[in-house]
Design a protein around this ligand. Structure first.
Ligand code: AGP
Length: 606
């Protein structure tokens, strides 16, 4: 999704703006641009290019004018293709006002028609350019007050937006606004920053404040004024950033994804810390978990798969019905939800629009809303009654790995907590789960010792055009996750199936040589034998079987051994080899591992 950066202060603006854009690259983008308000010129200095930041840097040249304020943008195309003209910033017709935007302006077409009738000329196909023209007119009406103009314009916009604007006649000032998309202000000494998230400026300051819904920030190097859309001045919602700048760097690994895979033991341990014996009041104080009649989990992609695993654990341990819903589908079918529903929204970024909208839908109908999120202060936890923060740290690679592991852990912790307060778990079971949870970091560590042989094994399947993943019980969502990882990273056909469904259709896909990854249920599970039969069925049709199992399995062509654990906790272990398979397959195919094509880290549009 688009990344937004603004800098105003004592330094030359180009460096912090470009640095900030680099830090936001992980969000995914297809073009980039900057606008600087120069100390001498009457027009803005603007450069923008399709493609990666390197393309933009190539055209900057050596004659960059002196400027102490500027805005920068990485665009992930929605309205209009990824071209130079559609790249942000967008200018007004005087070339004096520039705007960058993240989100979607839903009423842009009607706005554009009115503006064109009034004599404005558009240069791009984007929804965002309308804002530059609207702001230009509004600023003139407001006699040069850009913040007042921004408030006027925001009232006319429908949809979601983070906006930053700058004007050449008032070069030290940047005005920002947000609705349904994030905007944070970094507070410096004689300088201030604005950005989509704190990673853009943590190298410069740890002090930040976040803008709430429909708020406007009027920022210079010396001042920050936050108002609502009526112009009422609001108090600063300041916080200290706990992330370390170096935590977001690659730390010697070839890719962020591999670094994040290796961070999983720590991420799991951190997420468990102080919570195994029960979720503390800090987590649960805003929510009444007594008397709930059903649980609904909403999430997207990998987070959805974590929710599916959570269903098995929560239903069994807390003896309550759990529905897991794709967030993008949920609110459009008018589902039944009331004040006895516990809605759990799972999101790494806390900004996924589909999840946010599903959550709002349920909240409006009285549901008690519990967020599981990795990003402090993001929109989903802010709008929830309670939040269990996963402590995975910044996840930069688009493909979710350590966030998934910690989402699984969060599901187990919630299941355990509900089981305890509902009195539905025996003391023996509670003790067993507590023990097994605490062993998970060391067991994941053990699997990570087999990364090199796993990478070598993956290379044997280099020429495969398709790979299938089979699982049963919690192994089924794990299979779905393995297939999703392979699709997004290796760009190859991959599908996950429940082993019992094979005979109802998917088995027709098996040809001689088709690689099938079989996620074996825990050896002591009732389903282990059934899965062994599924392996025989696909082998009989020529499949090559790679089994992920906690026992020896002579029927498999290749075996990846994982440690034993409680059957519901097994996905935490069995997903690790699947992540490595997808990672290596992407490398073999020359793909961009950390930023796969067409994908964005944070999906802030519906
Ligand atoms: C998985 O590798 C993806 N990056 C994607 O499916 C992701 O999990 C999904 O978009 C949800 O994101 P969120 O956790 O930030 O809400």
């Amino acid at each position: 999704m688009c990344g937004i950066v603004g800098y105003t202060g004592k330094e030359l603006a180009l460096t912090p703006v470009l640095e900030g854009l680099r830090k936001l690259e992980y969000r995914g983008y297809d073009s980039a641009g900057i606008a600087l308000a120069t100390t001498t010129g009457h027009k803005l200095w603007i450069q923008k290019r399709a493609g990666k930041l390197g393309n933009l840097e190539e055209i900057l040249g050596s004659t960059i004018p002196e400027s102490h304020s500027g805005i920068g943008h990485t665009r992930w195309a929605t309205h209009g293709g990824p071209t130079d003209l559609n790249a942000h910033p967008h200018l007004d017709n005087d070339g004096k006002l520039a705007v960058i935007h993240n989100g979607i302006i839903e009423n842009y077409l009607e706005l554009r028609l009115v503006l064109e009738k009034a004599g404005h000329t558009f240069k791009s196909e984007t929804d965002s350019e309308s804002v530059a023209h609207l702001l230009s007119d509004a600023r003139k009406q407001r006699k040069g007050d850009l913040a007042a103009a921004m408030r006027d314009v925001c009232r006319q916009l429908r949809g979601s937006f983070t906006l930053l604007a700058i004007h050449s006649d008032d070069p030290g000032r940047i005005v920002g606004a947000r609705r349904n998309s994030p905007l944070v202000v970094g507070i410096g000494d004689g300088e201030n920053f604005l950005a989509s998230d704190v990673s853009a400026f943590i190298a410069h300051t740890k002090r930040a404040l976040e803008l709430g819904q429909d708020e406007v920030a009027d920022v210079t190097g010396e001042s920050i004024v936050i108002t609502d859309l009526t112009g009422k001045i609001l108090p600063h919602n300041e916080f200290e950033i706990s992330w370390d700048a170096s935590a977001a760097e690659r730390g010697g690994f070839e890719h962020f994804m591999l670094k994040e895979i290796f961070e999983q033991p720590k991420a799991i341990a951190d997420t468990l810390l102080g919570r195994i014996q029960g979720l503390d009041e800090e987590v649960t104080k805003g929510i009444n978990l007594a008397g709930i009649e059903k649980v609904v989990i909403v999430a997207c992609g990998t987070a959805f798969h974590a929710g599916l695993v959570g269903k098995y654990a929560i239903e069994k341990w807390a003896n309550i019905a759990v529905d897991v819903e794709l967030a993008s589908e949920y609110r459009y079918r008018d589902p039944s939800v009331d004040s006895n529903t516990l809605l759990i929204a799972i999101s790494q970024s806390g900004e996924t629009m589909d999840t946010l909208m599903a959550m709002r839908y349920a909240k409006e109908r009285g549901a008690r809303v519990f967020a599981v999120c990795n990003t402090n202060g993001s929109t989903i936890p802010r709008e929830s009654d309670a939040v269990l923060y996963t402590r995975a740290g910044p996840e930069v690679a688009v493909a979710s790995t350590k966030a998934f592991e910690t989402q699984l852990v969060a599901m187990y912790l919630i299941g355990l907590h509900l089981g305890r307060i509902r009195g539905t778990m025996s003391q023996e079971l509670i003790a067993e789960i507590e023990h097994e949870l605490s062993e998970l970091p060391a067991k994941v560590e053990q699997i990570l010792e087999t990364v090199e042989p796993l990478r070598e094994l993956t290379r044997r399947f280099n020429s495969a055009t398709s790979m299938l993943f089979l699982g049963r019980n919690v192994g089924f969502p794990t299979a779905l996750e393995g297939a999703l990882k392979l699709k997004e990273l290796a760009y190859m056909h991959a599908e996950g199936f429940a082993g019992g469904e094979l005979k109802h259709g998917p088995i027709a896909l098996i040809e001689v040589g088709t690689p099938v990854v079989a996620i074996m249920p825990a050896a002591n599970s009732l389903l282990a034998e059934k899965m062994a039969s599924n392996i025989q069925e696909v082998k009989a049709r020529g499949a090559v079987v790679i089994a992920i199992a906690d026992i020896d399995l002579p029927a498999a062509d290749y075996l990846v051994r994982i440690p034993k654990t409680h059957e519901f906790l097994q996905p935490v272990l069995s997903v690790v080899p699947l992540q490595i398979i997808a990672y290596e397959m992407a490398i073999v195919r020359g793909n961009d591992v950390d930023q796969p094509r067409n994908l964005a880290k944070s999906v802030t549009v519906e």
